[in-house]
Design a protein around this ligand. Structure first.
Ligand code: S3P
Length: 165
């Protein structure tokens, strides 16, 4: 069974925090983006370029559902809340869902120039901030715990999650 699920925007630290937490508590870390890459047999940039974002989202939903058969800590991709089907799954589960909440400026600092994230170049800084604003309530709607991460180290965030679990 999954132990916890991390959600949040690109650059929120889901993978980094997930790595620290998984290491501390001895869980396997499962990264939804990596699972999607394995299922598609190609990187996310290639899925977006060859098949389009809609195809990526479909695959994301299928792979998300499959991860519920695994054991460990799941770090999701920032767009997992775009799909109503995914939100239903995240809302219905008893597994704790933790939202790593990050301000737009911190997100931009972390992701600008990252060519592995297709939406970064596609949307630009203003578009990314608008997307974050649009998704904010979606992250809130699926989560059991919200942690404002801007001024916290991954270790401090991991401690807060452990205290909650
Ligand atoms: C996306 C976030 C990415 C990845 C894809 C789309 C998004 O994951 O799934 O590029 O729509 O926010 P990270 O949040 O791990 O960067």
């Amino acid at each position: 069974m999954l132990k916890a699920i991390l959600v949040g925007f690109m650059g929120a630290g889901k993978t980094t925090v997930g790595g620290v937490l998984a290491e501390q508590v001895g869980w396997e870390q499962i990264d939804l983006d990596d699972e999607i890459i394995a299922a598609a047999g190609k990187p996310i940039t290639a899925i977006f370029a060859d098949d389009g974002e809609a195809a990526f989202r479909k695959l994301e939903t299928t792979v998300l559902q499959a991860t519920f058969n695994k054991t460990g800590l799941l770090s999701t991709g920032g767009g997992v809340v775009e799909s109503a089907a995914n939100r239903d799954v995240l809302q219905a589960t008893d597994i704790p869902v933790v939202y790593l909440q990050t301000s737009g400026n911190v997100v931009l600092d972390r992701v600008s120039g990252d060519d592995s994230r297709p939406l970064v170049n596609q949307l630009g800084p203003d578009g990314l901030k608008a997307l974050l604003a649009k998704r904010e309530h979606l992250y809130q709607s699926v989560s059991d715990l919200v942690i404002r991460t801007d001024d916290l180290t991954p270790e401090a965030i991991s401690d807060q999650i452990q205290a909650y679990l």
